[in-house]
Ligand binder design. Structure first.
Ligand code: OAD
Length: 236
Protein backbone atom coordinates (compact mmCIF):
# COMPACT_ATOMS: atom_id res chain seq x y z
CA UNK A 1 0.00 0.00 0.00
CA UNK A 2 1.02 3.64 -0.52
CA UNK A 3 2.78 4.98 2.64
CA UNK A 4 0.14 6.44 4.92
CA UNK A 5 1.93 9.82 5.01
CA UNK A 6 1.14 10.29 1.30
CA UNK A 7 -2.56 10.72 1.96
CA UNK A 8 -3.99 14.23 2.02
CA UNK A 9 -7.76 13.69 1.73
CA UNK A 10 -9.33 10.91 3.75
CA UNK A 11 -12.95 9.78 3.99
CA UNK A 12 -13.78 7.44 6.86
CA UNK A 13 -17.02 5.46 7.07
CA UNK A 14 -17.96 3.86 10.37
CA UNK A 15 -20.67 1.35 11.24
CA UNK A 16 -22.06 -0.48 14.23
CA UNK A 17 -18.83 -2.49 14.71
CA UNK A 18 -16.97 0.56 16.01
CA UNK A 19 -19.44 0.87 18.88
CA UNK A 20 -19.75 -2.87 19.59
CA UNK A 21 -17.02 -2.89 22.24
CA UNK A 22 -18.75 0.02 23.97
CA UNK A 23 -21.70 -2.32 24.51
CA UNK A 24 -24.07 -1.26 21.71
CA UNK A 25 -25.57 -4.19 19.79
CA UNK A 26 -24.70 -4.41 16.09
CA UNK A 27 -27.53 -5.18 13.65
CA UNK A 28 -26.58 -8.37 11.86
CA UNK A 29 -24.60 -10.38 14.42
CA UNK A 30 -26.16 -13.39 16.14
CA UNK A 31 -28.54 -11.87 18.70
CA UNK A 32 -28.12 -8.44 17.05
CA UNK A 33 -30.87 -5.81 16.76
CA UNK A 34 -32.35 -7.24 13.56
CA UNK A 35 -32.79 -10.64 15.20
CA UNK A 36 -34.59 -9.05 18.13
CA UNK A 37 -36.82 -6.72 16.06
CA UNK A 38 -38.31 -6.84 12.58
CA UNK A 39 -36.75 -4.17 10.35
CA UNK A 40 -40.08 -3.53 8.59
CA UNK A 41 -41.79 -2.89 11.95
CA UNK A 42 -39.29 -0.52 13.57
CA UNK A 43 -37.21 0.98 10.75
CA UNK A 44 -39.58 1.90 7.92
CA UNK A 45 -42.05 4.78 7.43
CA UNK A 46 -44.78 2.15 6.92
CA UNK A 47 -43.98 0.54 10.27
CA UNK A 48 -44.19 3.96 11.94
CA UNK A 49 -47.57 4.68 10.32
CA UNK A 50 -48.86 1.25 11.41
CA UNK A 51 -47.66 1.28 15.02
CA UNK A 52 -46.07 4.56 16.16
CA UNK A 53 -46.00 3.44 19.82
CA UNK A 54 -43.84 0.44 18.95
CA UNK A 55 -41.43 2.53 16.86
CA UNK A 56 -41.15 5.43 19.34
CA UNK A 57 -40.61 2.93 22.16
CA UNK A 58 -37.85 1.15 20.19
CA UNK A 59 -35.92 4.41 19.70
CA UNK A 60 -36.62 5.55 23.29
CA UNK A 61 -34.99 2.31 24.45
CA UNK A 62 -31.96 2.81 22.19
CA UNK A 63 -31.62 6.49 23.23
CA UNK A 64 -31.80 5.56 26.93
CA UNK A 65 -29.14 2.88 26.41
CA UNK A 66 -26.64 5.58 25.37
CA UNK A 67 -26.47 6.75 28.99
CA UNK A 68 -24.95 3.37 29.95
CA UNK A 69 -22.12 3.24 27.39
CA UNK A 70 -18.83 5.05 26.86
CA UNK A 71 -16.70 5.66 23.77
CA UNK A 72 -13.92 3.10 23.27
CA UNK A 73 -10.32 3.55 22.05
CA UNK A 74 -11.45 3.40 18.40
CA UNK A 75 -13.68 6.48 18.78
CA UNK A 76 -10.94 8.28 20.71
CA UNK A 77 -8.34 7.44 18.04
CA UNK A 78 -10.50 8.98 15.30
CA UNK A 79 -10.83 12.15 17.39
CA UNK A 80 -7.04 12.20 17.70
CA UNK A 81 -6.76 11.85 13.93
CA UNK A 82 -9.13 14.79 13.40
CA UNK A 83 -7.09 16.93 15.79
CA UNK A 84 -3.65 16.01 14.43
CA UNK A 85 -4.04 15.18 10.73
CA UNK A 86 -2.83 18.03 8.52
CA UNK A 87 -4.92 17.06 5.47
CA UNK A 88 -8.67 16.99 4.92
CA UNK A 89 -10.78 14.48 6.80
CA UNK A 90 -14.45 13.62 6.50
CA UNK A 91 -15.85 11.26 9.13
CA UNK A 92 -19.13 9.72 7.97
CA UNK A 93 -20.98 7.41 10.31
CA UNK A 94 -23.99 5.17 9.79
CA UNK A 95 -24.35 5.08 13.56
CA UNK A 96 -27.11 6.96 15.32
CA UNK A 97 -25.25 6.91 18.65
CA UNK A 98 -23.19 9.87 19.92
CA UNK A 99 -19.99 7.99 20.74
CA UNK A 100 -17.86 9.71 18.10
CA UNK A 101 -18.77 13.09 19.60
CA UNK A 102 -18.23 11.84 23.14
CA UNK A 103 -14.89 10.38 22.03
CA UNK A 104 -13.86 13.90 21.03
CA UNK A 105 -14.67 14.17 17.30
CA UNK A 106 -15.92 17.66 16.40
CA UNK A 107 -17.12 17.07 12.84
CA UNK A 108 -19.26 13.97 12.34
CA UNK A 109 -21.63 13.44 9.43
CA UNK A 110 -24.46 11.17 10.63
CA UNK A 111 -25.79 9.85 7.33
CA UNK A 112 -28.49 7.74 9.07
CA UNK A 113 -29.44 10.47 11.57
CA UNK A 114 -29.07 10.64 15.33
CA UNK A 115 -30.93 9.21 18.33
CA UNK A 116 -30.44 12.48 20.18
CA UNK A 117 -32.28 14.51 17.57
CA UNK A 118 -36.03 14.86 17.01
CA UNK A 119 -37.60 15.68 13.66
CA UNK A 120 -40.98 17.40 13.65
CA UNK A 121 -43.25 15.98 10.93
CA UNK A 122 -45.32 19.17 11.11
CA UNK A 123 -42.78 22.05 10.86
CA UNK A 124 -39.90 19.79 9.61
CA UNK A 125 -37.47 21.38 12.08
CA UNK A 126 -34.94 19.43 14.13
CA UNK A 127 -34.42 19.74 17.88
CA UNK A 128 -31.78 18.25 20.14
CA UNK A 129 -33.56 15.47 22.05
CA UNK A 130 -32.56 13.61 25.20
CA UNK A 131 -35.97 12.58 26.53
CA UNK A 132 -38.56 10.00 25.47
CA UNK A 133 -40.93 10.36 22.51
CA UNK A 134 -43.47 7.63 23.16
CA UNK A 135 -45.29 10.01 25.54
CA UNK A 136 -45.88 12.25 22.48
CA UNK A 137 -44.20 15.47 23.64
CA UNK A 138 -44.78 18.59 21.57
CA UNK A 139 -42.24 20.09 19.17
CA UNK A 140 -40.23 22.79 20.99
CA UNK A 141 -40.53 24.98 17.88
CA UNK A 142 -44.11 24.71 16.54
CA UNK A 143 -45.71 22.97 19.56
CA UNK A 144 -47.35 20.28 17.41
CA UNK A 145 -47.39 16.79 18.90
CA UNK A 146 -45.70 15.42 15.79
CA UNK A 147 -42.16 14.37 16.65
CA UNK A 148 -40.38 11.35 15.21
CA UNK A 149 -36.82 10.13 15.74
CA UNK A 150 -34.44 11.97 13.41
CA UNK A 151 -33.17 8.71 11.97
CA UNK A 152 -33.21 7.49 8.39
CA UNK A 153 -35.49 4.51 7.84
CA UNK A 154 -35.38 1.98 5.01
CA UNK A 155 -36.96 3.60 1.97
CA UNK A 156 -35.77 7.09 3.01
CA UNK A 157 -32.80 9.02 1.62
CA UNK A 158 -29.70 9.11 3.86
CA UNK A 159 -28.54 12.59 4.82
CA UNK A 160 -25.98 14.76 3.00
CA UNK A 161 -25.31 12.33 0.18
CA UNK A 162 -24.19 15.07 -2.21
CA UNK A 163 -21.45 16.19 0.18
CA UNK A 164 -20.34 12.60 0.75
CA UNK A 165 -20.08 11.81 -2.98
CA UNK A 166 -18.05 14.97 -3.61
CA UNK A 167 -15.63 13.96 -0.83
CA UNK A 168 -15.41 10.39 -2.19
CA UNK A 169 -14.62 11.68 -5.67
CA UNK A 170 -11.82 13.85 -4.26
CA UNK A 171 -10.33 11.55 -1.61
CA UNK A 172 -7.06 9.68 -1.91
CA UNK A 173 -7.89 7.23 0.91
CA UNK A 174 -11.20 5.69 1.91
CA UNK A 175 -11.35 3.74 5.17
CA UNK A 176 -14.30 1.61 6.23
CA UNK A 177 -14.51 0.64 9.90
CA UNK A 178 -16.89 -1.84 11.54
CA UNK A 179 -19.54 -2.15 8.88
CA UNK A 180 -20.91 -5.27 7.20
CA UNK A 181 -21.27 -3.67 3.76
CA UNK A 182 -24.85 -4.92 3.61
CA UNK A 183 -26.70 -1.61 3.31
CA UNK A 184 -26.55 0.76 0.35
CA UNK A 185 -25.69 3.48 -0.43
CA UNK A 186 -22.90 3.25 2.21
CA UNK A 187 -21.88 -0.20 0.95
CA UNK A 188 -21.11 1.37 -2.44
CA UNK A 189 -18.74 4.05 -1.12
CA UNK A 190 -15.69 1.80 -1.57
CA UNK A 191 -16.40 1.46 -5.29
CA UNK A 192 -16.96 5.22 -5.64
CA UNK A 193 -13.60 5.90 -3.99
CA UNK A 194 -11.83 3.23 -6.04
CA UNK A 195 -13.16 4.57 -9.30
CA UNK A 196 -11.82 7.99 -8.26
CA UNK A 197 -8.38 6.39 -7.87
CA UNK A 198 -8.28 6.32 -4.05
CA UNK A 199 -6.63 3.65 -1.95
CA UNK A 200 -9.17 1.73 0.13
CA UNK A 201 -8.72 0.16 3.55
CA UNK A 202 -11.10 -2.01 5.55
CA UNK A 203 -10.80 -2.35 9.33
CA UNK A 204 -13.36 -4.92 10.48
CA UNK A 205 -13.72 -7.91 12.77
CA UNK A 206 -14.13 -10.19 9.77
CA UNK A 207 -14.20 -9.75 5.98
CA UNK A 208 -17.30 -7.70 5.12
CA UNK A 209 -19.57 -8.47 2.18
CA UNK A 210 -17.58 -6.03 0.05
CA UNK A 211 -14.15 -6.98 1.42
CA UNK A 212 -12.82 -7.91 -2.03
CA UNK A 213 -13.30 -4.32 -3.22
CA UNK A 214 -10.68 -2.97 -0.77
CA UNK A 215 -7.02 -2.63 -1.65
CA UNK A 216 -6.13 -3.62 1.93
CA UNK A 217 -8.11 -5.33 4.70
CA UNK A 218 -7.14 -5.67 8.35
CA UNK A 219 -9.26 -7.93 10.51
CA UNK A 220 -9.72 -7.70 14.27
CA UNK A 221 -11.31 -5.55 16.92
CA UNK A 222 -11.80 -1.87 16.19
CA UNK A 223 -10.43 -0.89 19.62
CA UNK A 224 -7.07 -2.33 18.55
CA UNK A 225 -6.99 -1.82 14.77
CA UNK A 226 -8.12 1.81 14.69
CA UNK A 227 -5.62 3.24 17.23
CA UNK A 228 -2.85 1.25 15.48
CA UNK A 229 -3.80 2.62 12.06
CA UNK A 230 -4.10 6.21 13.36
CA UNK A 231 -0.70 5.95 15.06
CA UNK A 232 0.80 4.61 11.80
CA UNK A 233 -0.76 7.42 9.75
CA UNK A 234 0.38 10.17 12.09
CA UNK A 235 3.88 8.75 12.63
CA UNK A 236 4.90 8.40 8.98
P1 OAD B 1 -23.88 -4.49 10.92
O1 OAD B 1 -24.46 -5.07 12.16
O2 OAD B 1 -24.51 -4.89 9.63
O3 OAD B 1 -22.34 -4.87 10.79
C1 OAD B 1 -21.44 -4.64 11.83
C2 OAD B 1 -20.05 -5.08 11.38
O4 OAD B 1 -19.14 -4.78 12.42
C3 OAD B 1 -19.93 -6.58 11.08
O5 OAD B 1 -19.24 -6.77 9.83
C4 OAD B 1 -19.08 -7.10 12.26
O6 OAD B 1 -18.21 -8.16 11.88
C5 OAD B 1 -18.28 -5.88 12.61
N1 OAD B 1 -17.83 -5.85 14.03
C6 OAD B 1 -18.47 -6.34 15.12
N2 OAD B 1 -17.77 -6.11 16.23
C7 OAD B 1 -16.65 -5.45 15.83
C8 OAD B 1 -15.50 -4.94 16.53
N3 OAD B 1 -15.37 -5.05 17.85
N4 OAD B 1 -14.54 -4.33 15.80
C9 OAD B 1 -14.66 -4.21 14.46
N5 OAD B 1 -15.71 -4.67 13.76
C10 OAD B 1 -16.70 -5.28 14.43
O7 OAD B 1 -23.88 -2.91 11.11
P2 OAD B 1 -23.71 -1.77 10.01
O8 OAD B 1 -22.82 -2.22 8.91
O9 OAD B 1 -23.37 -0.52 10.71
O10 OAD B 1 -29.27 1.23 9.12
O11 OAD B 1 -25.18 -1.66 9.47
C11 OAD B 1 -25.47 -0.72 8.47
C12 OAD B 1 -26.87 -0.20 8.64
O12 OAD B 1 -27.77 -1.31 8.69
C13 OAD B 1 -27.15 0.52 9.95
O13 OAD B 1 -26.76 1.88 9.91
C14 OAD B 1 -28.63 0.37 10.09
C15 OAD B 1 -28.74 -1.08 9.74
O14 OAD B 1 -29.96 -1.53 9.26
C16 OAD B 1 -30.49 1.73 9.36
O15 OAD B 1 -31.11 1.48 10.37
C17 OAD B 1 -31.00 2.61 8.25
Amino acid sequence: MVPMAEFKRIVILTGAGISAESGIDTFRSAGGLWEQHKVEDVATPEGFARDPDLVLGFYDMRRAALAKVEPNPAHVALARLEAEFSGQLLLVTQNVDDLHERGGSKQVLHMHGELKSALCTSCEMRSEWNATMSDRPSCPICKASALRPDVVWFGEMPYQMERIYVALAECDLFVSIGTSGAVYPAAGFVQEARSAGAATLELNLEPSEGSHFFSESRHGKASKLVPEWVAQLLAE
